[in-house]
Ligand binder design. Sequence first.
Ligand code: SIN
Length: 558
Amino acid sequence: MDTSAEGPAAGPRYLLGFDTAALDNRECDVLVVGSGIAGLVAALQASRFAHVLLVTKRDVSQTNTWYAQGGIAGAVGETDSVELHLSDTLVVGQGLCEPEVVGAVVGEARDALRDLVALGVSFDHSRNGRVALAREGGHSLPRVLHSGDATGAQVQDTLSGVVRGSHAIEVLEDAFLVDLLLSEDGSCRGALVLEPGATRPTAVWAGATVLATGGSGQVYRVTTNPRIATGDGIAAAWRAGAELADMEFMQFHPTALDSAASPKFLITEALRGDGAYLLDCEEHRFMLGVHPLAELAPRDVVSREIEKVMARCGRPNVWLDARHLGAEHLAQRFPTIWQTCLDAGYDLSRDLLPVAPAAHYMVGGVFVDVDGRSTIPGLFASGEVSASGLHGANRLASNSLLEGLVFSRRIARVLERERPKSQAVRVTGEGPTGVPGAPGPARAAIQQTMSTFVGMTRTGAGLRAAADELAAIAASLGGPGPNVDAMEARNMVTVAGLITHAALYRRESRGTHFRSDFPTRDDKQWRARLGWTRGASEPRQIAVGVAPEAGAVAFGLE
Ligand code: SIN
């Protein structure tokens, strides 16, 4: 491997200066940070045997999970199998999935989904009474359980209700994760949390800490992620010395509604699964000759092709054509999209819809093993904040809610065996100093830099320019103080820098990472995941297990 790229800056260890001896304290057995599917399931499962504190940045329901439209993948169909789900995941992951992890997740899907239904989540059924399954990109058959086009909201609302009704779970809303607290032996003992209205953080002591803080799409200007998705968990884990992995892989969803709105409104892949087409400026179906699955090719393939077509046509969008699906079907199967498009002036049964790719899902994050353990004892991670090896270089559609669901169950099983208890220790730390910079302009500058240089198509020169710009933005931030906007900006610049440096380091193209100066996949040099730890000048090469990518033959990919 070429190792000439410079590593990411370590940055400050803490966001704020503190001495825990002078702070208010809380104690719990299990601290869960984040309230999407991963956080809620971790809290619910752990509450069977532990006192759980669930900390979330806004209210319990404001999460990336809530925005998920498509659904949850699971091999529950009559003609489906765990082996086929595994194979599709491996093919889309382009040689970087960890097969043991994929096997564990797709193998546990049926049980995990059954438990979700038992908690009250309802999925659509077809007329014959069987659960209805949608098809999405990269899947070789319909496999996605869904609730109309608002599956995430259905899951979120149901699980939030159960959590709120639990006596064993204490919920702390509008509370911001500042930093992780480690004892001298390097174990995680909890976290510093800024509670609403407070001017200094609270020390939360926990036997185990589960990060479920979601993604970081907000580091891009054009994203489907809500404003809260600022990579706080990844940044806090980095500062604490946890290993991060797969940071170069940010997935762009092919079809977000091209409008002035921010974040961009997602147009689920299930619409293409139902037969909608992608058209170029001459109204030709441009995906037909590109991939055997046409509009349902893996997401990286479709997004990159759209980018090419937009450049060829000189337009900021391509067109999604769902007219032939009919008003009745569209309004009934995709009610949220139907109404949102009408509100934006598009009647899907008569109009072509302008769509364009948008940053959607962070594949990289906190490196964890098959049971969600990070490299820091006592610290676990589940869902989008983690890098479990499930997704490889490109996530299979609708595997993300499944990952959070299954990993949080696995983490809870470990905690049930180990029954960790909290132990307060004294920790002191110094934050960055200097006059606080303006977080708003810094945030916009980070987003602009990332979208310009670290988007779907990358070059060494562009990535170096991005690294320089991000370093300048970081330097301008000063000491953030107990201000959430400023701490978010600091987290964003950290995560953006990590994505940029990992992208600079990987001198090949694979999955969501495309370098026009190294446009091909190079298994000889680069079939390894990159693990980054603060203070180390080089990433660790994480070998992945070998498993046949059987579906590759069927898709004609190799
Ligand atoms: C979609 O509905 O297209 C998004 C689902 C996902 O990101 O997996």
